[in-house]
Design a binder for this molecule. Structure first.
Ligand code: NAI
Ligand code: 15L
Length: 264
């Protein structure tokens, strides 16, 4: 891998990958609208607003792979999501199409399917049920990825990330957690795979309880190493037992699904 572009490089996951993918590509091209640390050895820092099509066209030149993390990562006003997530992701795909069609990792989210109940086990074929406008932007990104593969042969892994943090932050995350280490190994598997087509996957560690089947992850040979179980006692002691009538507990999307639930 000569040059790997990471959008959203100033964010939580971007910082994890900046460190974790050191040396994986000859050059990591790091991009964000927010300030980033200066480029180190084997790095290029290229500030860019994803909603600026001409700038994204330049940004996506000469890349062998793209990890698209950039955009708004929580629920937000439609007009803001429109610029960063809808327009930004379109610009990214157009840039990729016109600049040699590098494979893309699209950071989708569990909030694309967050209105499924926790008692339903999902896989890559499950119906999209977004739990927020933010989740709708992720459904759109997955649809765009599918379209750009079918029509233009741009490959994508659409990764429905659960909760990628140092450790789970509440009881829900005991099921949705993905360790940073598993995330890094997954990124390598995505770009090492001989082919992916458009593949939908779940970004989740090997937790004891989980709501998503990732059997098709075998297609790219990824095996998560970590499990939230080592945090279970600590989390269960810190957070009260869950109320099974609470929408945040009924639905996989948790607070994203519960917020504004059946309200005006
Ligand atoms: P984050 O909010 O920390 O990082 C997102 C980055 O995108 C920020 O640095 C922000 O400045 C940048 N950005 C926003 N608008 C932009 C624009 N118009 N142009 C250029 N850059 C822009 O989010 P995080 O946690 O690092 O997540 C990364 C991606 O993964 C996001 O797309 C998020 O939706 C997705 N994801 C993350 C999960 C997690 O557990 N951290 C779970 C599910 C999905
Ligand atoms: C997401 O999509 C968010 O980007 C992240 O901040 C977490 O809230 C995560 O989902 C989650 O569901 O835990």
């Amino acid at each position: 891998m000569k040059r790997l572009l990471i959008t959203g490089a100033a964010g939580n996951l971007g910082k994890i990958l900046r460190e974790g993918l050191k040396g994986y590509a000859d050059v990591l091209r790091l991009s964000d609208i927010a300030p980033m640390d200066p480029a180190g050895l084997g790095e290029e820092v290229v500030p860019c607003d994803l909603s600026d099509r001409a700038a994204v066209h330049e940004l996506t030149k000469d890349c062998d792979g793209i990890i698209h993390l950039g955009g708004i990562s929580i629920e937000a006003a439609f007009d803001d999501l429109l610029q960063a997530n809808f327009l930004g992701t379109y610009n990214l795909y157009e840039g990729a199409r016109k600049n040699g069609k590098p494979r893309i990792l699209f950071a989708s989210s569990n909030h694309a399917i967050g209105f499924h109940k926790r008692t339903t086990k999902l896989d890559d074929k499950s119906e999209l049920r977004p739990d927020s406008l933010y989740g709708v932007t992720k459904c759109y990104g997955e649809a765009l990825a599918s379209y750009y593969y079918d029509k233009f042969d741009v490959e994508t892994v659409s990764l429905r990330i659960g909760s990628c943090f140092e450790k789970p932050r509440d009881r829900r995350m005991l099921s949705t957690w993905m360790s940073p280490r598993d995330f890094i190994s997954l990124m390598k598997a995505v770009f090492d795979a001989p082919m992916t087509g458009h593949l939908v996957m779940y970004g989740v560690s090997n937790n004891r309880t989980k709501w998503w089947s990732n059997d098709h992850a075998d297609l790219i040979g990824w095996q998560p190493q970590d499990s939230s179980d080592i945090f279970r006692e600590e989390i269960e002691a810190a957070f009260p037992a869950e109320d099974r009538h609470d929408p945040a507990v009924i639905y996989q999307g948790g607070g994203f699904a519960a917020k504004g639930h059946f309200e005006d």
